[in-house]
Design a binder for this molecule. Structure first.
Ligand code: IRO
Length: 291
């Protein structure tokens, strides 16, 4: 499927995802009300990936919720990213009381809203938010995590996540607050936050794989891992699955290539599986070997 944020903000974009060969899709992270987002330029393609500081532009939860209910071709993921605990709970109550029958991806990791730190880096806040979330929300729910970089942090956050009936975690959101510079002009390339933004694409694949592997190893087996980060071709998809991913999301590459990325990546993955003699995903999922 797409990664949340990529090609999933407007009705026309979502219609394209429904028609594509992706097995499902996820909507742009939503807030209670419409948001314009940060000033442009706010997304730039780079040689090895992308940088963005979109600032959560979206049409508001009602639009994405109604779109998801109306769409009966693919059971989809609805992404929610309230800027406060209250906003998240209000949106979840709305979804709980609706006819929505898909999965909810609670985004704990938006790096680009000025003055709002990524919830997933505050372990106490994550735990208390999840306690409240599961007291109001009873439908299938998972979380979109920021990338972690320290073995102790993986253990600490996994211990918290294991206390909740999560259906999945999505690893990873963009690596927050990177800085890309145009050497000729001696300028940054995006306008918001003096050029600081979330990094995606090839730059982040090793970090994404590390996160998929750590959470696959540390989480209860009922909590599935959705891999996201640097998936450009069948080999990248294979590596994510080898680390333990059960589903895959494509972000930067989908922006660069459009809907044909899904077919191409799947075809390349099937080719690798054929060469290796694997007939199903289960033949190699999670089976990464150590030396
Ligand atoms: O700036 C964004 O809108 C954005 C979000 I909510 C996110 O979760 N990740 C990202 O890279 N950008």
């Amino acid at each position: 499927m797409n990664a949340s944020g990529v090609w999933c903000r407007t009705e026309a974009e979502l219609d394209e995802l429904i028609k594509s060969s992706a097995s499902t899709f996820v909507t742009k992270s939503s807030t209670l009300e419409f948001r314009e987002g940060n000033p442009e330029p706010r997304y730039v393609d780079l040689e090895l990936g992308s940088i963005n500081s979109m600032g959560l532009p979206n049409l508001g939860i009602d639009f994405y919720l109604n779109y998801s209910i109306k769409n009966n071709q693919k059971e989809n993921f609805l992404s929610v990213a309230g800027l406060t605990r209250e906003e998240n709970l209000e949106m979840l109550e709305k979804v709980q009381n609706s006819e929505f029958s898909g999965l909810l991806e609670l985004n704990l990791s938006c790096p680009n809203v000025i003055g709002k730190p990524q919830v997933g880096y505050d372990f106490d806040a994550t735990k208390s938010l999840l306690e409240e979330v599961f007291s109001v929300y009873k439908k299938p729910l998972g979380v979109k995590l920021p990338p972690y970089f320290d073995i102790v942090h993986f253990q600490q956050i996994a211990e918290i996540l294991n206390q909740f009936p999560l259906k999945f975690v999505t690893c990873v959101n963009s690596i927050g607050n990177g800085l890309f510079i145009d050497t000729d002009s001696e300028k940054v390339v995006i306008k918001p936050k003096n050029g600081f933004g979330g990094i995606g694409g090839k730059y982040i694949k090793p970090t994404a794989l590390a996160n998929v592997r750590q959470f696959y190893t540390l989480l209860n087996p009922e909590i599935k891992v959705i891999g996201c980060g640097g998936i450009e071709n069948g080999k990248d998809a294979f590596e994510h699955i080898l680390c333990g991913a059960s589903m895959l999301q494509v972000g930067t590459q989908l922006m660069k290539e459009g809907m044909s990325a899904f077919d191409r990546i799947e075809k390349e993955l099937r080719e690798i599986m054929k060469q290796k003699g694997y007939s199903t995903i289960e033949d190699f999922k999670g089976k990464l070997q150590s030396l």
